[in-house]
Design a binder for this molecule. Structure first.
Ligand code: CTP
Ligand code: CA
Length: 234
């Protein structure tokens, strides 16, 4: 889209967006990671900046993406780093969007040297849970320890034999307590799965808006529309 064609409806708003996938080190040369490209978070940052927002993009590992113009970019590695930067940067924000793919687990211990192979099989990898940053942001905000007007989560869901992707999304919204949750239906190859490449924008107030999943900039525009609507109602 042409930057000039976009509304400047985020002028005067400060938004903080996380993007990419965290990497959890095992030793100096190895990590547990995920396939997140960061493209959705970058598109959110680019569109928000075009619409006039003051944007901070907290980027974990991403594909080779150009920094969006006029956006402050802070790079992080692990979920723990992402957590501390998000908690610090989100204070005073009008909207916080967790588009990052946060590793759910990390190795219990990090070895200071490169792990060497021996003639034995290795011990199973011991993992521990990472903090749930989105849930923590909501908790801090609800306890008046963080001033953040709107907190937004993302979820990629597949259906399973007992529960549809939308139902998983609803449950996740309730669990996280965020104001908006973008539910992205991930195709799982099932013949019954008719919601491929589509999703919903779920509101904490019970609203459910179907989203035709096209370009990531399209989804970004839909999300910022919902954010500006909710901010103007506050
Ligand atoms: N998230 C987070 N911290 C984590 C895990 C996830 O802040 N440790 C955020 C993500 O950035 C996303 C939302 O929570 O905005 C949903 O992530 P998802 O992985 O779908 O949810 P989980 O609670 O981890 O549940 P599961 O992976 O079991 O579906
Ligand atoms: Ca997860």
């Amino acid at each position: 889209a042409e930057p000039r064609a976009l509304p400047r409806d985020l002028e005067g708003r400060r938004v903080v967006i996380s993007a990419g996938g965290t990497r959890e080190p095992l030793d100096p040369v190895r990590y547990l990671g995920n396939r997140s490209s960061g493209r959705q978070g970058y598109a959110l940052a680019r569109v928000a900046a075009h619409r006039g927002a003051d944007v901070t993009l907290v980027a974990a590992h991403t594909a080779d993406l150009a920094d969006p113009a006029g956006v402050r970019v802070i790079r992080v590695g692990t979920a723990e780093e992402l957590r501390s930067v998000m908690l610090a940067e989100s204070d005073g924000a009008d909207a916080v969007v967790m588009a990052a793919a946060v590793a759910d687990f990390r190795p219990v211990s990090q070895v200071g040297h490169k792990i060497k192979k021996t003639d034995q099989d290795p011990e199973p990898l011991a993992l521990t849970r990472n903090p749930d940053i989105l849930a923590e942001l909501v908790e801090a905000r609800n306890a008046d320890k963080l001033a953040a007007s709107l907190i937004v989560g993302f979820a990629a869901e597949t259906g399973d034999p007992t529960t549809s992707a939308l139902e998983h999304g609803r449950a996740k919204l309730a669990r996280k307590g965020c104001d908006l949750l973008v539910v992205n239906t991930v195709g799982d190859g099932q013949a019954f799965e008719v919601e491929d490449n589509s999703g919903w924008l779920l509101g904490g107030d019970g609203t459910e808006q179907p989203i035709p999943f096209g370009a990531k900039s399209r989804l970004a525009a839909t999300l910022w529309d919902a954010v500006t609507r909710q901010l103007s109602q506050q």
